[in-house]
Design a protein around this ligand. Structure first.
Ligand code: COA
Length: 308
């Protein structure tokens, strides 16, 4: 059946690195606590959501060998838009010179997988090429005196070009979920700072990732033992381990980048995907499971056959 394939990808993180030692110098925390409780050693901080998205998007276009006028839709997943109005996608569309429709999508940290599924759907509906970007600057809505949040956030962006293909598409199955009754667990009012109930999110996140992953794989008659590369949202190394262990996916098949980037929200899955491509873990033909969760509460999983 015709579908879409990822023909290019690109990432962008700010130059400035903030280490656990940097944070410990100004907050009542320590490298030992942050590393042990979160798995994070450093994070990149800086820039705006559009700036990071533009660079990641340009790199994805280059990798795909496509010019801006060959893209007919931009979907930008972000939970930290540059402004309430206009959508940050407008800035990105203009800067990249796209002659395309453009819209923002906010599903918090599940945003990239939501956008990937939406982009695939648009290709099936007739779009030829969709640029999907996840970009977030959580640092801009973080109270840097709040140690519970300051230690986990990071900024970054990741992008992919989705192309229509006559051959088999990559996306085999997906699951998008939400439980708005849990929206109080992670929130940021206009002009305010991020608030998070870390313990409750932790509990729900592990369950959401496990249940959504199993449900998605089951749609195509598979189970976690079939997964070659597991790309989870990177919010806490302990959440990744707990979900991975419950799913029975070996550590060596699981992508972990949180040590270098922290929680980059909509950017974490494409950053991890790029890492798996760079290290060679992600090879043509691999069965890929992506699974994210975040504020809302939302969750999203996708199963792809890399290379179609
Ligand atoms: N440095 C040092 N100590 C800290 C600290 C920090 N940065 N943050 C909290 N503490 C302290 C607490 O005050 C508490 O002290 P106490 O025992 O004296 O009361 C102790 O460490 C344990 O706090 P707790 O909140 O129970 O830690 P935790 O093990 O649950 O870890 C999170 C906190 C935030 C790292 C963890 O709950 C988490 O990652 N949750 C999920 C968050 C998430 O996924 N968010 C993104 C959604 S997309």
């Amino acid at each position: 059946m015709p579908g879409a394939v990822i023909s290019g990808w690109g990432i962008c993180v700010p130059d400035k690195i903030v280490t656990n030692e940097d944070l410990s110098a100004r907050l009542d925390t320590s490298d030992a606590w942050i590393t042990e409780r979160t798995g994070i050693r450093q994070r990149h901080i800086g820039g705006t959501t559009s700036e990071l998205a533009i660079v990641a998007g340009r790199r994805a276009l280059e990798k795909a060998g496509r010019s801006p006028d060959e893209i007919d839709l931009l979907v930008l997943a972000t939970t930290t838009p540059d402004a309430t109005v206009p959508g940050t996608s407008a800035t990105v569309q203009d800067a990249l010179g796209l002659q395309a429709g453009a819209f923002d999508l906010n599903a918090a940290c599940s945003g990239f997988v939501y956008a990937l599924v939406a982009g695939h759907g648009m290709v099936l509906a007739g779009s030829k090429r969709v640029l999907v970007i996840g970009s977030d600057t959580l640092s801009r809505i973080t109270d840097w005196d709040d140690r519970s949040l300051a230690v986990i956030v990071g900024d970054g962006a990741g992008a992919v070009v989705l192309e229509a293909t006559d051959g088999p598409g990559e996306l085999l199955a997906w699951d998008l979920g939400a439980d708005g009754s849990l929206r109080h667990l992670l929130k940021c009012d206009h002009g305010g700072f991020l608030y998070m109930n870390g313990k409750e999110i932790f509990r729900h996140a592990v369950r959401a990732v496990v249940e959504s992953s199993v449900k998605t794989l089951a749609q195509v008659g598979m189970d976690p033992s079939d997964v070659d590369v597991f790309i989870p949202h990177q919010a806490n190394a302990r959440i990744i381990s707990a979900a991975r262990e419950r799913l029975g996916i070996p550590e060596e098949r699981t992508v972990v980048t949180i040590d270098r980037y922290g929680n980059t929200s909509s950017a974490s899955v494409p950053l991890a995907m790029a890492d798996a491509l760079e290290t060679g873990l992600l090879q043509p033909g691999a069965l890929v499971l992506m699974s994210g969760f975040g504020g809302g509460m939302t969750w999203a999983s996708a199963v792809l056959r890399w290379g179609g």
